[in-house]
Design a protein. Structure first.
Length: 329
């Protein structure tokens, strides 16, 4: 068969469909055949001028000076583009327009500051009032009792000096025991009545434990050399003094007089073994001691030997001891 009789495949690019539609130029319309796709490629290549995918990227963005003024400059392969900084204007906010991240009560007056202006104003007031930024130089440095040269004072001290208050002006706590209550009422003496104050409790304790007390006592030694008398060196006395009135008679005088003369007197003499000092015979073997003239200020003592028949007692000077006991009321 002659080839010429077969004819030719005379399709053009419009009749050759793409395997899948493609938006070559990114204009939102997809190309579906080879003709459309090639036409869009031709347009894009003509517009770009080359097939380099980097030579149109920006290479710089900075503040610069164009020889006349400061500018904001953007640079790429085509050169520089400048915008004068003066034409950009300024951010002219003031402190009243800058809010704090969170409201703060700077000066502790109960009102919170919400912007920078308010906060700075309060800080300025506080610093002016304090006079400095030292957080320690107004602290108290002392608090004690002192003397100001005239009187005792209670003194508080700080960097500004001392402040004194006279102790005399503070007064005293003049409570007595009748004004101090017990923590809980107590029947101290078991009489069925509770004591409610310290005074009542002490009085009942004093009554409950009251016992006879020794008011005065002593050992009275006798000095026989020369004129007989009290041997002060070898005597021991408490609450009273003793003087010799005459042979066998002595006066006991209390250091402090009692309120009444109802006290108890106890007396005893030294056992002289039948030969009492100051006498010549050995028949003085029955010494006796007694008191008389009992008074609130003291009493008298008589010592004598009674071992001589019906004859009156013979006074003798003999060591003796005495005790004065006062009974509780």
């Amino acid at each position: 068969v002659p080839l010429a009789s077969l004819g030719t495949d005379d399709q053009d690019a419009t009749e050759v469909n793409l395997n899948g539609a493609i938006d070559i130029d990114g204009d939102g319309t997809a190309e579906t055949d080879v003709q459309e796709a090639l036409e869009e490629v031709a347009v894009e290549l003509a517009a770009d001028g080359d097939t380099d995918d980097t030579n149109e990227l920006n290479t710089g963005f900075a503040v610069a000076n164009n020889g006349t003024e400061d500018v904001l400059r953007v640079s790429d392969a085509g050169g520089d583009l400048d915008v004068p900084l003066a034409s950009l204007g300024t951010d002219d906010q003031d402190a009243t327009e800058v809010n704090l991240n969170g409201a703060i009560d700077i000066d502790g007056d109960g009102t919170v500051e919400t912007d920078v202006q308010e906060a700075l104003e309060e800080v300025a007031v506080e610093l002016a009032a304090d006079g400095d930024t030292d957080d320690t130089n107004e602290l108290n440095t002392g608090f004690a009792v002192a003397n100001n040269g005239t009187e005792d004072v209670l003194r508080v001290s700080d960097a500004g000096g001392d402040l004194d208050v006279p102790l005399a002006s503070l007064g005293t706590d003049d409570q007595d025991a009748t004004e101090v209550n017990l923590n809980a009422a107590v029947d101290v003496d078991g009489d069925g009545t509770d004591e409610t104050t310290v005074q009542q409790a002490i009085e009942d304790i004093a009554t409950a434990i009251a016992v006879p007390t020794i008011y005065a006592t002593g050992k009275v030694a006798i000095e026989y050399v020369g004129t007989p008398g009290v041997d002060a060196t070898n005597s021991n006395l408490y609450g009273a003094s003793v003087t010799r009135v005459d042979e066998g008679d002595y006066q006991i005088t209390f250091d402090t007089a009692l309120s009444d003369a109802g006290y108890i007197i106890q007396l005893v003499t030294l056992d002289c073994g039948g030969d009492c000092p100051g006498n010549t015979g050995q028949n003085y073997d029955d010494p006796g001691i007694s008191y008389y003239n009992q008074a609130t200020t003291g009493f008298s003592v008589n010592i004598g030997d009674s071992d001589n028949g019906t004859t009156q007692k013979d006074d003798i000077d003999l060591e003796f001891m005495f005790t004065v006991i006062v009974l509780p009321n």
